[in-house]
Design a protein around this ligand. Structure first.
Ligand SMILES: [Mn+2]
Length: 413
């Protein structure tokens, strides 16, 4: 991604801040796993969205003056030969500038002092931080800890929450983001095809995963969009199954819900097939309902449609098909077979952090996900594609990944 993307994102965010405000965005800190071992560091997505940098412990600090002018500074860890010998080279100021477009690059050692000077100047009444948590049990992140610091030491500053501002921006994808998604879809497809073409009864789930991993890691060292969900048979009834400990038995469906991250944009695609390469009558019956529902959605989704109608229509349409097929007694009971929502936005996060729109508009990208879980028949699967909203309709970004019974069976033959 070119630095102009990040510069534009920052300027859009700054334009939404009131005059006389401060903004700090943190990349985050490593999380301990055990003893002296840490989880692989994963930078805060809003920080990445503004800077393109993925280094730990960095901070973007912006100040917006009464006249509306903005000054921005980017704080990165200073050089440390011993630390870098152990855990890798740190980004240098000129590299940070080239990636992000921020001109004023400083050491993190200067951050607190600089921040206090700005606060004490009396020119700023409010500090904006991304204070979002998806669950009360979530650990405090760097910005939450900083909030405690400000609350105790600079109590005259008010807090603003930048989370809704980021959500407004991230709802609409820019052309370079859509291009990144297109590359990601291609790689995702290669991973899925590698599993489809090697599928056979008796194959352990972890070997399916190995096929997927091998295919996508031809492209980048860290390319997972999220932990791949790959399961078979009864394990498909666990919606987020990460165990990979089952063995596909003859007659089982394979379910996978996978995606890659390319230029920070994440794809999210589900494909399902019988491990033996031939749909049974019952599998065919249920799969055709899901496919017809998905096809219908791609034919009607367009700008101006209510966003909440997407999920509702997926359920209603699929319910009617299942009733017509004699599978479901009453469309009102669809929750028996459909267990999860059918439309979430994708982007820098797989469940993207966006403002929930009332109406669909161009440049939004969300999943159209039809899952059917028929426990009595032992058949559970989902069909999930990535839907880009265009000027007058929508485009299925993952359409090239086999999704029709005939295409799947041909690929597997
Ligand atoms: Mn999804």
């Amino acid at each position: 991604m070119d630095k102009s993307f990040y510069t534009e994102n920052r300027n859009s965010l700054y334009s939404m801040l009131p005059a006389g405000s401060l903004l700090a965005v943190f990349s985050g800190t490593e999380v301990i796993k055990t003893n002296d071992e840490y989880y692989p560091f994963f930078a805060d997505r809003n920080f990445v969205y503004l800077t393109g940098l993925t280094c730990k412990e960095a901070v973007l600090l912006a100040s917006k003056d009464a006249d509306g002018s903005v000054n921005e500074r980017l704080y990165i860890l200073p050089p440390d030969l011993i630390a870098e010998r152990w855990t890798g080279v740190r980004v240098k100021p000129d590299e940070a500038e080239a990636i992000s477009g921020v001109r004023d690059i400083r050491s993190t050692e200067a951050f607190i002092q600089d921040f206090r000077k700005l606060a004490w100047s009396g020119n700023y009444g409010i500090i904006y931080l991304d204070l979002y948590k998806s669950d009360d049990a979530n650990r405090d992140r760097a910005q939450h800890e900083f909030k405690h610091y400000v609350h105790h030491n600079l109590p005259f500053l008010l807090f603003g929450n930048s989370d809704p501002l980021f959500r407004k921006l991230r709802l609409y994808k820019k052309p370079c983001e859509i291009e990144a998604l297109r590359v990601g879809e291609k790689i995702t497809g290669e991973g899925i095809l590698a599993m489809m073409t090697s599928s056979e009864p008796g194959m352990p789930e972890y070997r399916y995963k190995a096929k997927f991993d091998k295919a996508i890691h031809e492209y980048a060292p860290y390319i997972y969009g999220f932990p791949p969900i790959i399961s078979s048979g009864k394990n498909n009834f666990v919606i987020h199954n990460y165990a990979y400990d089952g063995i596909a038995q003859d007659g089982d469906m394979i379910l996978n819900d996978v995606g890659v991250m390319w230029d920070f944009l994440i794809t999210d695609v589900s494909r399902s097939w019988p491990c033996n390469g031939k749909f049974s009558d019952r599998q065919k019956l249920l799969y055709e309902c899901a496919l017809a529902t998905s096809d219908y959605m791609f034919s009607i989704v367009k700008p101006g449609m209510r966003m909440d109608a997407v999920d509702a229509t997926i359920k209603e349409y699929n319910a009617q098909l299942l009733v017509d097929a004699g599978v479901l007694d009453d469309a009102a009971n669809i929750r028996k077979y459909m267990w999860h929502g059918g439309a979430h936005h994708i982007g820098f996060d797989v469940h993207d952090v966006v403002e929930t729109p009332e109406f669909i508009a161009p440049d939004m990208v969300f999943c159209i996900d039809v899952g059917i879980y028929h426990e009595e028949w032992g058949i559970g699967f989902r069909l999930e594609d990535n839907c880009l909203i265009t000027e007058d309709g929508c485009e299925n970004l993952s359409a090239a990944i086999p999704r029709r019974i005939e295409d799947i069976e041909n690929v597997m033959r």
